[in-house]
Design a protein around this ligand. Structure first.
Ligand SMILES: [Zn+2]
Length: 201
């Protein structure tokens, strides 16, 4: 135990002053170690109460992982929004254990066909296409809002919140050109290829 505490102190760039091990004995010398975990209800890293539950009152089952904090270390935080999960959910999701991300692929193909038919349809089908796009983007927004917590929960034994944040930043940077290419391809297909095919038939 003493070793663990010393390591934690060294990690934080401090050494326990000699006075701490003076009169009060071992208890006074102990650093104040707090335990934190990810709470699925709070959707953030929270401090655990003495019984391991979320300090906000959520049950034990809601909290995953143990992040030990020493003295007044601040609670680590996760990014609030995951741009890669928003832009390319069907790629990002499966690679982060969130298979539901795959459903965005058939949804977008479906929305794409609604947009196609709206081009030749009237005002009603145009409104339908706008609603379909807005609804899909809202669904993706929700997915991307929850993505970080659920992904971090799976890897928190091996990654710190800071490492996770860095990896997800790389993901976001990579997702932008991929999403742009997909979008450009879809536009080109409709503007370039689809009318040509329609003209031939
Ligand atoms: Zn909570």
């Amino acid at each position: 135990m003493a070793d663990a505490e010393n390591t934690a102190a060294e990690r934080n760039g401090r050494t326990a002053p000699a006075s701490q091990s003076a009169p009060g004995g071992i208890d006074d010398a102990r650093l104040d170690v707090r335990d934190a975990g990810y709470c699925v209800y709070c959707d953030r890293i929270v401090e655990r109460a003495d019984d391991g539950t979320c300090a906000e009152g959520h049950p034990l089952e809601a909290v995953t992982g143990h992040i030990l904090l020493v003295d007044d270390d601040p609670l680590p935080s996760l990014p609030v929004f995951n741009w890669a999960a928003f832009l390319i959910p069907f790629v990002w999701g499966p690679l982060h254990g969130q298979w539901v991300g795959i459903v965005f692929l058939p949804i977008w193909l479906f929305v794409d066909s609604i947009i196609s038919s709206a081009r030749s349809g009237g005002a009603v089908s145009l409104v339908g296409a706008v609603v379909a796009v807005a609804g899909t983007l809202a669904f993706e927004w929700f997915f991307a809002k929850r993505a970080n917590g659920l992904a971090f929960r799976r890897v928190m034994k091996t990654q710190t919140a800071e490492e996770f944040r860095r990896r997800q930043r790389t993901w976001a940077i990579a997702a932008v050109p991929v999403a742009a290419l997909l979008f450009a391809w879809a536009v080109w297909f409709h503007v370039g290829v689809a009318p040509t095919l329609a003209a031939r038939s």
